[in-house]
Write a protein that binds this ligand. Structure first.
Ligand code: SF4
Ligand code: SF4
Length: 121
């Protein structure tokens, strides 16, 4: 999922005009991508003259930090060390489940990719 680095965007509108599904708008002279509308074609990344449309992987550290901050804020609701340990264990289980969902989804997409390659031959 592409995203716009606001500090690099100059609001030229090139990406807005080029998006095939009109998923980008300008808000206060900064491009904003509607994640629900975006079809992940990558054109905005290719056409931006400022390289302001960035790859998703660059946001990994930021997303990890959001998860950690959320965990810390929820931890405050538990007083005893036992309750806190149990809570942290539940958070680990939650992220393990997310990891499994991601892994199984990737397996299925790779199967779709292989099927597509086989059909092309
Ligand atoms: S093309 Fe790049 S600089 Fe121009 S509006 Fe889009 S993101 Fe901003
Ligand atoms: S990736 Fe494609 S569909 Fe998504 S915002 Fe960029 S140009 Fe539009």
């Amino acid at each position: 999922m592409p995203w716009v680095n606001e500090n690099m965007c100059v609001g030229c509108g090139v990406c807005v005009d080029d998006c095939p599904v009109e998923a980008i708008t300008l808000d206060d002279s900064k491009a904003v991508i509607n994640e629900e509308e975006c079809i992940r074609c990558g054109r905005c990344h290719d056409v931006c003259p400022q390289e302001a449309v960035r790859h998703d992987s660059e946001r990994i550290p930021q997303e990890v930090e959001v998860n950690i901050e959320k965990t810390k804020s929820l931890l405050k609701h538990f007083e005893t060390p036992e309750e806190q340990q149990a809570f942290l264990e539940r958070m680990v289980r939650y992220f393990k489940k997310q990891q499994k969902v991601t892994s199984l989804t990737m397996d299925k997409i790779m199967t779709m990719k292989a099927d597509l390659s086989a059909a092309e031959k």
